[in-house]
Design a protein around this ligand. Structure first.
Ligand SMILES: [Zn+2]
Ligand SMILES: [Zn+2]
Length: 267
């Protein structure tokens, strides 16, 4: 039952991977369903050139062709990873209302106008301040915005923190994370498990298993699995063992989406 609900292709400015390569690899690896989720970032001060889809109509048309080509072999959903910041939410909403996406990941890549992926974000901040500022921005977006299905790579800042990573870092700012989960659950929104973390210094998915357990204990059930692959080689990366781990943590299904409606895949 492996799935991959976070994939970048040639339509993201930061990927050159063709849909053919993604679909071919997915089938080869026995993946039943994928969602293409290319980037559209509304970030300060302008849209990030490497995080946007240049031709959205071409994006829909091309995915539709592959849906037809792989019919009965691989289910392909048309998703998007929308980059959010609190002051750009109206633009995100207007964009999303124009197109019939199956699935929307809401991700925060920029915080207080700074890219979290660059050292400048962490300058003059302790590790605690960097994490708290990031989670607070996520919380602010989640409180003010409804047009997403899951929040992407929740503890994204751990991937880029330039200092030492320690195994307890995911407990930083837990009260904010708890408020975030209460808000998401009340709104019927979910989170993703982003397995790209297994490729980075923490050697752990985003968010950490302990945080996934907290989400489940608080009543969270809506969860997707995605590799955040920008190259075909990582399609389905750790999908199967992550699903197994979710089962152990008490989840009885993972979520897939068609036309923004959740479909449950039993674990
Ligand atoms: Zn992202
Ligand atoms: Zn991504």
């Amino acid at each position: 039952m492996p799935v991959d609900y976070h994939l970048h292709s040639q339509f993201s400015g930061d990927s050159k991977t063709t849909l053919e390569a993604i679909c071919h690899t997915a089938v080869e690896r026995g993946i039943a369903e994928i969602a293409i989720t290319d980037h559209m970032d509304y970030s300060y001060p302008d849209m990030r050139p490497d995080h946007q889809i240049a031709n959205i109509d071409d994006y829909f048309d091309t995915i539709a062709r592959y849906q037809e080509r792989y019919k009965g072999v691989l289910t392909i959903r048309t998703g998007i990873e929308i980059g959010m910041e609190p002051h750009h939410l109206a633009s995100c909403d207007a964009f999303l209302k124009q197109y019939p996406f199956d699935f929307v990941i809401g991700s925060i890549h920029e915080c207080c106008g700074l890219p979290v992926s660059r050292a400048v974000y962490f300058e003059n901040k302790t590790k605690e301040q960097a994490y708290e500022t990031y989670y607070s921005a996520v919380l602010e977006c989640v409180k003010a915005f409804d047009n997403f299905d899951v929040i992407g790579h929740l503890d994204y800042c751990k991937r880029y923190y330039p200092g030492e990573y320690t195994s307890g870092d995911h407990f930083i700012a837990q009260p904010i994370v708890e408020e975030l989960f209460r808000t998401l659950i009340a709104k019927g929104k979910g989170i993703e498990v982003n397995t790209s973390g297994f490729r980075h210094v923490s050697q752990m998915c985003m968010p950490h298993y302990d945080i996934l357990a907290l989400y489940r204990q608080m009543g969270g059930t809506r969860i997707t699995i995605g590799s955040d692959s920008h190259v075909a080689e990582y399609v389905g990366f750790h999908s199967e063992d992550t699903a197994e781990r979710l089962k152990q943590l008490g989840f009885d299904h993972i979520s897939t989406f068609e036309q923004r409606v959740e479909k449950k895949l039993s674990l």
